[in-house]
Design a protein around this ligand. Sequence first.
Ligand code: 6PG
Length: 256
Amino acid sequence: MTAKRATAEVIVMSSAEQATDEAAALFKQAISHAVADRRVCNVALAGGTTPHDLYQKLADDVYDCDVPWASVNVFFGDERDVPHDHVDSNYHMAQRALLDHAPIPPEQINPMPADAEDLAAAAAEYEQIIRRIVPGEPIPQFDLILLGMGGDGHTASLFPRTDALSESRKLVVSHHVPVLGRNRMTFTCPLINAARHVMFLITGEDKADAVAAVLGDDKRARKEIPAAQVNPSDGKLTIVLDVAAARKTDLKPATE
Ligand code: 6PG
């Protein structure tokens, strides 16, 4: 099976820990480059469990490296319909692992209001906040969007066979996810694909089938996979994997 995403830089590391270290290095680099070029870096964080160790690694390095954290605006690519102090909240996870430790001014941290009464209004309001802070026309251009991927190929909260996946006008939507029986708020493909840099961090055996489909050449299979719709129109796509996640491709760690 030959890797198909010509635009994607696919990096395979020998372990989940090494993949996390690699993603941390690329994350810091993206911040430094954006601030050097544009004096500010607009970042969207991912949720789930995989990025937790990445955020902790960044927090551990906060004072060892000269990343201009004070010039970073933080957003979230998706959120669960729970309060921000709830254990399932992506904001809560990122806050404890990174945001409480990095010198980012609190007013530059923008949690996603996914537990609002009126979710559609809250999603539209979050889109307006992004349009106000993140430059770029007609679509704001994030400097870095971090994404994970589920075993079914969902990314952010774009799940297979949901309307949010084909949204072409709104940049942030809230929708009911039947497979979860819950609501989620999420960036849509137009916003994700306008970014200067999108980086996936994907580890673990349970992601191997979806990774193979995303990197494979079966167009029909790829059409069903939300993560395969991520293809920045004028930006970079980096896919950081561990060997377990890359197991069903012919990709090997650079060291091997
Ligand atoms: C979320 C995420 C979601 C996540 C995948 C993978 O809110 O859950 O944003 O898209 O990246 O579900 O989750 P794990 O990292 O836990 O496998």
